[in-house]
Design a protein around this ligand. Structure first.
Ligand code: SF4
Ligand code: SF4
Length: 305
């Protein structure tokens, strides 16, 4: 087990022990996603790095103005990851290649079996039947288990408030669009049709059809179809995914599966620290919660069938 996976297993294992047998842990590995789950297919061969999707996300989610404007190409000089102030970012790869650079949009991938959800001992996360993984800041205690557990480094942390921590990430525009059947704002704005919204099952078929129709254009792999049990965001690429910053070492098993190998080694402290952390946090937390974050009416939905 790699060091990173070991740490994830520690956190998830500790949480699982602390909670006892729950509906979101022990049956993991058999869930293939809700049949009607939606998703987005990202065709990196079509993306031109215009960052319109970043701007649309910023507006839709009422995020603060970015430090550097959306038309400033200097952001491509280094890799960025999503933050509490930018739920999606576009990075550039292969810039030295004669065929030109490849751009990759990054955000929460909305996993079928989300490690963030499994690692959260206060059940702040919900996987909705539409496929979105949403978040309830009212119950969050700011432990950041989810940030460590996420295999894609998707959740961002709002450090602006020490006593009222908020984890933030893409929610697939659930509150304002997805639950009304509308595509996320980033998909709607993309001038290149690099982003396709639809049922996840249909997108997988579409992705394989594109590979079959133009095999010279794509590597024969749909990233997210199987990785960590499958994700709602799926990717096509012209070169190996390892060249575009994707983690190609991830297993096809959900992250929770690592726990099965590990539970026997979890030290006792991991079984009690979530309770300790919650107690300390609640002492600090102001009873008047300001309600920031992705609170939704539907955050009581079942996490899994
Ligand atoms: S990508 Fe990370 S934050 Fe998003 S659903 Fe998966 S585990 Fe959770
Ligand atoms: S809007 Fe479309 S073309 Fe522009 S950066 Fe985003 S995904 Fe790429």
């Amino acid at each position: 087990m790699k060091r990173r996976n070991f740490l994830k297993a520690c956190l998830i294992g500790g949480t699982t022990i602390a909670l006892g047998k729950t509906n979101k842990g022990w049956a993991s590995g058999s869930f293939e996603g809700y049949p009607e789950a939606m998703g987005v297919l990202v065709d990196t061969t079509r993306c031109i790095g215009c960052r319109s999707c970043e701007a649309a996300c910023n507006k839709e989610q009422k995020l603060p103005e970015p430090d550097t404007s959306f038309d400033d190409p200097s952001v491509f000089e280094h890799d960025r990851r999503p933050t509490a102030k930018a739920y999606t970012v576009v990075n550039r790869y292969q810039k030295e290649q004669p065929s030109g650079p490849v751009y990759r949009k990054v955000q929460c991938n909305h996993c079928n079996e989300p490690a963030c959800l499994t690692s959260c001992f206060v059940n702040a996360y919900t996987k909705t039947k539409e496929g979105a993984v949403i978040y309830n800041s009212k119950v969050c205690v700011g432990c950041r288990n989810c940030m460590i557990a996420c295999p894609f480094n998707a959740p961002g942390y709002d450090y602006d408030s020490a006593t009222n921590p908020i984890v933030k990430k893409c929610i697939l525009c659930y509150d304002t669009r997805l639950k009304y059947g509308k595509p996320p704002a980033c998909v709607e704005i993309c001038p290149q049709e690099a982003l396709t919204f639809g049922h996840r099952a249909d997108l997988i078929k579409l992705a394989h059809e594109r590979i079959r129709a133009t095999p010279d254009r794509y590597v024969d792999h749909v990233y997210g179809e199987k990785e960590v049990g499958g994700t709602s965001w799926l990717y096509l690429a012209p070169v190996g995914f390892d060249k575009l910053g994707f983690d190609t070492t991830l297993s096809n098993d959900p992250i929770i599966s690592n726990v099965k190998d590990f539970l026997g080694m979890v030290p006792m402290v991991l079984s009690i620290w979530p309770a300790l952390f919650s107690g300390i946090h609640l002492l600090c937390k102001n009873q008047e919660h300001d309600g920031h974050g992705h609170d939704t009416d539907s955050n009581q939905e079942d996490t899994k069938p």
